[in-house]
Design a protein around this ligand. Structure first.
Ligand code: ZN
Length: 233
């Protein structure tokens, strides 16, 4: 087919992704700093409560980083062609989640000055936090340029079959849908962008046809089919 459409993130999407990645890295750096502080200052029987508080704070920072990182990947996905980079980019949240706790767990378990009870409590809480941070960091369904490209072409085909003008759909900034009709009540009064289905993906990272517009298009394409039948009869 001649008009195969290959996804390429728009400059705005790339800019936003870059910003999200910076914030993600900042959150992870703070998590690491928190971990170093916990290792140096908080592994003792007297500061067990503070150690637990520190673990919770580190966990929140690690998860925040992962959420932002995944959001950025949705806007500006990696290509599957470079499999190492693809893996690292998509699973960096899991890697950072583990790194935010693994040294701390080791230091707690190896410490000779704390009681067995402290070791048990702090060690298991830190280990659980590590598992939680690792799992929430995993992207089980990582976005990719190839997946997006396939989606765009499938959706464009499907919309064409409904007689939707695939080069002239509408979308608002929020949400992850595009609309075939400008007067759809979901986008009424909103600041709209307008362009092809491909462009809606490139600006939003992920996009699909609004269900209301889909129904409306289905109805009108059926009625025009009926008209065609009557006319050809
Ligand atoms: Zn709609």
């Amino acid at each position: 087919m001649s008009d195969i459409k290959v996804f390429e993130a728009s400059p705005e999407a790339k800019g936003k992704a870059k910003q999200l990645r910076l914030f993600a890295i900042l959150a992870w750096l703070l998590a690491m700093a928190g971990q170093i502080f916990a290792i140096v200052k908080l592994i003792s029987d007297e500061t067990l409560v503070w150690l637990i508080i520190a673990i919770v704070v580190i966990l929140i920072l690690a998860i925040t980083g992962s959420v932002l990182w995944k959001k950025a990947n949705k806007l500006d996905p990696a290509s599957e062609k470079d499999s190492t980079r693809f893996f690292i980019q998509n699973q960096l949240g899991a890697i950072m989640g583990v790194l935010a706790f693994l040294p701390l767990v080791i230091f707690i378990l190896k410490d000779k000055n704390i009681s067995g009870k402290t070791k048990g409590i702090a060690g298991s809480i830190a280990a659980v936090a590590m598992v939680v941070a690792g799992i929430t960091g995993i992207d089980f369904n990582p976005p990719s340029i190839e997946k997006y490209t396939e989606e765009i072409n499938q959706q464009t085909e499907a919309a064409k079959n409904l007689n939707i003008d695939t080069d002239n759909v509408y979308w608002s900034k929020a949400g992850n849908k595009y609309h075939a009709y400008k007067d759809c009540h979901y986008i009424k009064g909103k600041n709209l962008s307008n362009g092809s289905i491909k462009e809606s993906w490139e600006q939003k990272g992920i996009s699909e046809l609004c269900k209301v517009c889909q129904k409306k298009a289905k109805k009108s394409s059926i009625s025009s089919d009926v008209k065609d039948l009557i006319e050809t009869d």
